[in-house]
Design a protein around this ligand. Structure first.
Ligand SMILES: O=C(O)CCC(=O)C(=O)O
Ligand SMILES: [Fe+2]
Length: 212
């Protein structure tokens, strides 16, 4: 597992990057064995038939449209975490406290799902905040893919200036890379890959009553 010193070093980097540019990309956030164990868990859940088609938008507008969003997901049950999920949660809790300390965001929980994108699946350009609901404040995506190459595709395209156009960066979904960004500010999309693409995606939320 990650030592407290390494964790704090990573978190300092995230805080600095969020303060200066609103997003952070940290390669090798967790050690390779830890990432492999998380990926194994995602694959076992898939084999057990516990992944479902992701939906788009709020529950009341639940449309299943695989051309917009083609991943399969499994929401983590925080009341029954596996040992490895518990370790993940402890690190993310330290990150949550640090984000609150520095940015006064009032983040109170992290919601998480595993996601597997079958080859060719995409997630069209979107913001992670639903219209009229600002609960999701910070998006965190941890990639779980072993030996990902440029030609495998599947990049996260993150648009940098609050619009849906240039400039953008492309992030390879390399196992261990953690991407963190302000959910309400950054349009992003997932490009198609030639291999199954696995991640553990989460959002730090604030309570709706704390909305201004
Ligand atoms: O997996 C990614 O790179 C991004 C996923 C995403 O945008 C989402 O689940 O909202
Ligand atoms: Fe997203």
């Amino acid at each position: 597992m990650l030592s407290p010193i390494e964790l704090n070093r990573h978190i300092d980097g995230i805080i600095e990057a969020i303060a200066s540019q609103g997003y952070a990309v940290i390669p090798e956030f967790f050690p390779a064995e830890f990432i492999a164990a998380l990926q194994q868990e995602a694959l076992s859940l898939q084999e057990a038939g516990k992944l479902q088609r992701a939906s788009i938008g709020k529950a009341e507008q639940n449309q299943l449209n695989t051309r917009i969003r083609g991943d399969l997901i499994h929401w983590l049950d925080h009341t029954h975490p596996s040992a490895i999920q518990q370790e993940f949660a402890i690190s993310m809790e330290t990150l949550r406290e640090s984000l609150n300390q520095h940015f006064y965001l009032g983040l109170f929980e992290l919601e998480n799902h595993f996601a597997i994108y079958p080859p060719g699946a995409v997630y069209h350009k979107h913001l992670d905040q639903f219209r009229g609901n600002e609960e999701r404040q910070i998006s965190c995506i941890l990639y779980l893919n072993d030996q990902w190459q440029e030609e495998d595709g599947g990049q996260l395209r993150l648009y940098l200036d609050g619009t849906e156009a240039h400039p953008y960066i492309d992030v390879l979904p390399q196992g261990g890379t953690l991407v963190v960004f302000l959910s309400g500010k950054f349009w992003h999309e997932v490009l198609p890959a030639t291999r199954p693409r696995t991640s553990l995606t989460g959002w730090f939320r604030k309570r709706s009553s704390e909305l201004r």
